[in-house]
Design a protein around this ligand. Structure first.
Ligand code: TMP
Length: 211
């Protein structure tokens, strides 16, 4: 085996600014001379993008919580085997916009599926892969929800504000449980300020990130 890369995941409720920050982080980390592979979940492979379309289509109102859980895991397993593992083996920095903590926050926290079942499913869907660092972008749920739904709501966002509040609470529980891996970062304020906070939480893994 050659050099092993760094696996970073970004998490947070809908509208927290994750995707914007993922793009900004990609630029900053690539400037350090690292190969950066930016991905989003669900998605990132041809199969996973098809699964994404199924999951987010507002027409799929009848989807059961169990079907939803398994589709997120199916999409993840394909992405992990096809893209994430090879990239890490090459020594790349993998920056993934959502990973299995989203399943904990949304399917266990939001939907109320059994936590043990969700955690077991996460082991299967991630093929046992654990992120080196998980950054949870934390924003007031009402502000984030208004931002997320200003242009219309997908199937998950249509669940409403109370759902997003349960999602946020689940993320905060995770950070308490696994403080070394999962770091909560204040996502309020100017974009550049948020990026600086995120980079500060990566310095031990990617030397030079904070500069
Ligand atoms: P995105 O809007 O950040 O691309 O994510 C798609 C939606 O899917 C978002 O509402 C969060 C939700 N989601 C889950 O419910 N469970 C999961 O495991 C993942 C990855 C996303």
């Amino acid at each position: 085996m050659g050099a092993r890369g760094v696996f970073i995941t970004l998490e947070g409720a809908d509208g927290c600014g994750k995707s914007t920050q993922a793009a900004l982080l990609e630029t900053r980390l690539a400037a350090l001379g690292r190969e950066v592979v930016r991905l989003r979940e669900p998605g990132g492979t041809a199969i996973s993008e098809k699964v994404r379309a199924l999951l987010l289509d507002p027409a799929n109102e009848e989807m059961s919580p169990e079907c939803e859980l398994l589709l997120y895991e199916a999409s993840r397993a394909q992405l992990t085997r096809q893209v994430i593992e090879p990239a890490l083996a090459r020594g790349a920095v993998v920056l993934c916009d959502r990973y299995y903590d989203s399943t904990y926050a949304y399917q266990a926290g939001g939907r109320g599926l059994d936590e043990t079942l969700v955690r077991q499913s996460n082991v299967l869907g991630s093929c046992g892969r654990v992120p080196d660092r998980t950054l949870v972008l934390d924003l007031d749920p009402a502000t984030a929800f208004a931002r997320a739904t200003s242009g219309g709501a997908d199937r998950m966002e249509a669940e409403g504000l109370a759902f997003q509040e349960r999602v946020r609470a689940a993320y905060l529980r995770l950070a308490n449980e696994e403080p070394t891996r999962v770091r909560v970062v204040d996502a309020s304020g100017a974009e550049g300020e948020v990026t600086a906070r995120l980079l500060g939480s990566l310095e031990d893994l990617v030397p030079g990130a904070e500069r």
